[in-house]
Design a protein around this ligand. Sequence first.
Ligand code: FAD
Length: 274
Amino acid sequence: MTSISFEFYPPKTDEQRAQLDRAADKLKKYAPEYVSCTFGAGGSTLSYTSETVRHLKQHHGFEAAPHLSCVGGSREEIRELLKLYRAIGCRRIVALRGDLPSGMGHPGDLRYASELISFIRAEHGDAFHLEVGAYPETHPQASDALSDLKHFKAKVDAGANAAITQYFYNPDAYFGFVDAVRKLGVEIPIVPGIMPISNFSQLRRFSEQCGAEIPRWIAKRMTAYGDDAAAIRDFGADVVAQLCQRLIEGGAPSLHFYTLNLAKPTQLVLSRLG
Ligand code: FAD
């Protein structure tokens, strides 16, 4: 049985908190290895992530990993967060550069995720298991695909233990990425990030921003379903379950599901996988 993990975002309202609790309750039965909670750069969003991680640990009993991005932050702010995460018993962190929200000028003290990894290792040794981001279809801001691979390797050389990929719908992108970084000497597990499909127009917007390609045959079918939400959900679950099946057969070490705090789309995929 392939191990799985789930990603949530930190709720900000009571309604969103109730939604997260419902999703967490339903997804518990799949016994994830851990769950993670995303992080928005800057200001008050910092405490939403730590509060959510605490809640996922204490109320739901998950091993919970905060995402931590360095962009826009000072060394001192990151130091404080690391102390807090250690104090609440976090053993795992998803360490990222992040993206500056538009209008936020200051890039922060650490420029790249590789610098964040080095900083965490210098301050805390091996206290944390560090996951980093990987981009099978190339990070959208990379100057070119080969330098992106080298920058990925720099994160591993700095001390990353494992990687989670941006989502993708073409399994060859994942296998090609894994082959390419293995040739560079990278040995850490590279876990596919899986985005179940529920709302296609939202997915299309997301994908344009983060550089994930939706294959033409999927986009065409989805567009043809129009407002038929049930058909979109059903076809989406088939497509993503087949993707997961191919990834598992091809040797993916585990699967990380982007839940968007909804249980149903992930459940539909997992039920097809048995
Ligand atoms: P990096 O690895 O630092 O790379 C960023 C870019 O810089 C790449 O184009 C890379 O090629 C380039 N680069 C790296 N090093 C150098 C160098 N030395 N010289 C020149 N160029 C360099 N975002 C959030 O805001 N919050 C989240 O919680 C969050 N969670 C995520 C979870 C996962 C699993 C993934 C895959 C992404 C997540 N993101 C999140 C998005 C992520 O923050 C963005 O994709 C961001 O633009 C890059 O972060 P990174 O850690 O991959 O950056």
